[in-house]
Write a new protein. Structure first.
Length: 178
DNA sequence: CCCTGATTCGC
DNA sequence: GCGAATCAGG
């Protein structure tokens, strides 16, 4: 009954996966009796494993945050300090993303935390979400929830040839994610 | 027990 | 190639 992995569905899978949706969420979104195992299997076959956003349910054990006195300020990779899973320390916060000059460096600009990330800031995750140095890109989001650069990565076209399947339903279901 | 992705392996 | 079963983890 299910259409199998048409190009449309594969494209949707890629998009949602790179967007950080969990396998089960993607499976549900795709419908058609697709299980999360199927999604994961396909993801691996596509070589998409290991994305930026490991994703977690809402279950993340977020401590309401108990700000400690002194913030050691370890920007990146504490040497061997025991990682404490606490909400972000009172961060100085976020210089407004430069309107231009996207910084040539690979993934430096993770300047927004989950607490400071605004509605129109790029939500591209940077770093390990389970560590305190995790952040988001934070530049101006123009394409969907991402800035121009990251939208390019996230929304790779991948659609070649004639897309002829009845993708309307799927496309509609995806539209709300954008 | 809920969830996550990773891997295996018969189909 | 596919995905259920299984594994390993949070």
């Amino acid at each position: 009954m299910n259409p199998g992995w048409t190009e449309d569905r594969v494209g949707a899978l890629k998009k949602l996966w790179l967007e950080g949706q969990s396998a089960s969420q993607i499976a549900k979104a795709l419908g058609g009796g697709v299980t999360r195992n199927a999604v994961i299997g396909k993801v691996h076959r596509l070589g998409l494993s290991g994305r930026a956003a490991p994703s977690q349910p809402a279950r993340t054990t977020f401590r309401p945050a108990r700000p400690r006195a002194a913030a050691p300020a370890a920007p990146v990779q504490a040497p061997s300090a025991p990682r404490r899973l606490e909400a972000a320390a009172p961060r100085p916060v976020v210089a407004a993303p430069a309107p231009q000059a996207p910084s040539p460096a690979p993934e430096l600009p993770g300047t927004a935390t989950v607490l400071t990330l605004g509605a129109h800031m790029c939500k591209w995750p940077i770093g390990d979400p389970s560590t305190r140095d995790f952040s988001f890109c934070g530049r101006r989001a123009s394409e969907g929830v991402y800035c121009v650069e990251h939208a390019r990565v996230a929304y790779q076209p991948q659609v070649r040839k004639g897309a002829k399947d009845g993708a309307s339903e799927l496309a509609r279901s995806l539209r709300r994610y954008i």
